[in-house]
Design a binder for this molecule. Structure first.
Ligand SMILES: Nc1ncnc2c1ncn2[C@@H]1O[C@H](COP(=O)(O)OP(=O)(O)OP(=O)(O)O)[C@@H](O)[C@H]1O
Length: 316
C-alpha cells in the first residue's frame, strides 16, 4: 500500500498533531497510515516537538512497521487493508489498549488521511471511556488453555468487531467455541448448510484476515462456529445440545449464553459469545464467565463522523 511521503504538508500536519497532544495534555498520538514511512524521521519530529507521550503507528502489515519500534514508536499491525477508515481506527485503538500503550479513560489525538490516499488531512481528538475494557493479553494468558494465545486473541478480536459493527446495519450476535473440537462436535448438530464446508483448510483459518471477514458475514446466521486450536473453522452453523445443569448464570442471558457456558463445562473448549442485544462479548471456560468486554463504541463519541472513501492520490 501507499507509503507516507514526508512532504512539507504531511510534516506540518504531523507537527500540528504533536503540538495538539502537548497543548491538551493528551495521553497518546495515533498515526493511522496506509503503508510504511520514514519512521526515524517521524521520531525526529517527535523529539523536535518535545512530544513525550507514546506515538502509536498503526499500519496494515508487520513488514511495513520495520524499524518503527527501533525508532521509539509503538507499532501496531492491523491486517485490515480493505476495511473502512473508522473500522481501522477503532481496531487500532483496541489493539493499542491490548498492547497496553493506552488505557481506558485516556485522551488521544489521531491523525490520518480521511479523504485522500497518502496525504494526512484529518486530526481527531478522541476521549476514551472508562467502560472501554482493555483486551489485555494478560487476561487471556490467565485462562491457561491449550489454545494458543494468538488464536484466542484473533477470535476475541473478531467477536468484539461483530459486537461493535453488527451486520448490514443491524446488531448481530455470535458464538465461537474454540479448542477441544473433537469433543465439542459430539454435542453439535447442523442448523443449516455450513458455508465453510468444502473450503480448504487454509481458507478456513481465522488467523487469515480474509477468513475473518467471511466469518463476520456469516456470524448473522444461526448457530455456533467450532474452531480448532490452530484457528481453523471446523464447522459453522452448529446447534449445541448440552445439559444446563450446575450453571450459575446471570439473569437475562438467553439460550446462546447458556449453551456457551454449558459446552465449556462438558469439554475443555473456550466459548466466546457476542450478545445480539447489547454487543457485549463474554468468554466462558469450565462453565464460568471469565471475561466480559463491553462494546467500546459506547464510550467514544465519534461514530457520527462519516468519511468519503479516498478517491484521488494526493500530491504535494
Ligand atoms: N444451543 C445453541 N447452540 C448454538 N446457537 C444457539 C443455541 N441457542 C441459541 N443459539 C443462537 O442464539 C440465537 C439467539 O438466541 P437467544 O436470544 O436465546 O440468545 P441470547 O443468549 O439471549 O443472546 P442475545 O444476547 O444475543 O439475545 C439463536 O437464534 C441461535 O442462533
Amino acid at each position: 500500500m501507499a507509503n507516507l511521503r514526508l512532504t512539507k504538508h504531511n510534516i506540518a500536519m504531523l507537527e500540528s498533531a504533536m503540538s495538539l497532544v502537548n497543548e491538551i495534555s493528551a495521553d497518546a498520538l495515533v498515526l493511522l497510515l496506509e503503508g510504511s514511512s520514514d519512521w526515524e524521521r517521524i521520531a525526529e519530529l517527535v523529539r523536535k516537538k518535545e512530544c513525550e507521550k507514546p506515538v502509536i503507528v498503526a499500519v496494515n502489515t508487520v513488514e511495513e512497521l520495520d524499524g518503527a519500534a527501533e525508532a521509539g514508536l509503538k507499532p501496531i499491525a492491523l491486517n485490515k487493508e480493505k476495511a473502512p477508515l473508522l473500522e481501522r481506527l477503532q481496531h487500532a485503538i483496541l489493539e493499542a489498549a491490548a498492547d497496553e500503550f493506552i488505557k481506558p479513560n485516556d485522551e488521544l489525538v489521531a491523525i490520518y488521511g480521511g479523504f485522500t490516499t497518502g496525504r494526512l488531512d484529518s486530526i481527531s481528538h478522541l476521549k476514551l471511556d472508562e467502560r472501554m475494557r482493555r483486551l489485555s493479553t494478560r487476561d487471556l494468558q490467565s485462562l491457561e488453555s491449550s489454545v494458543p494465545l494468538k488464536v484466542l486473541k484473533a477470535v476475541v478480536d473478531l467477536a468484539v468487531q461483530v459486537g461493535l459493527e453488527g451486520r448490514e446495519g443491524k446488531p448481530c450476535g455470535a458464538l465461537f467455541v474454540v479448542g477441544d473440537t473433537r469433543n465439542v462436535i459430539k454435542h453439535a448438530s447442523e442448523s443449516g448448510v455450513d458455508p465453510f464446508r468444502g473450503y480448504n483448510k487454509k481458507a478456513r483459518n481465522l488467523l487469515d484476515p480474509k477468513t475473518q471477514e467471511d466469518a463476520k458475514e456469516l456470524a448473522q446466521l444461526d448457530g455456533a462456529f467450532l474452531i480448532t486450536s490452530d484457528g481453523t473453522i471446523e464447522r459453522s452453523r452448529q446447534m449445541l445440545e448440552v445439559l444446563h445443569e450446575d450453571l450459575n448464570m446471570s439473569k437475562g442471558l438467553g439460550s446462546r449464553h447458556w449453551a456457551a457456558a454449558a459446552i465449556t463445562r462438558r469439554t475443555k473448549a473456550i466459548a466466546i459469545v457476542v450478545s445480539q442485544s447489547t454487543g457485549t462479548v463474554r468468554l466462558y471456560q469450565n462453565g464460568y464467565l471469565k471475561m466480559q468486554i463491553e462494546p467500546m463504541d459506547k464510550g467514544i463519541k465519534w461514530q457520527e463522523i462519516s468519511f468519503k472513501p479516498p478517491t484521488a492520490s494526493g500530491d504535494d
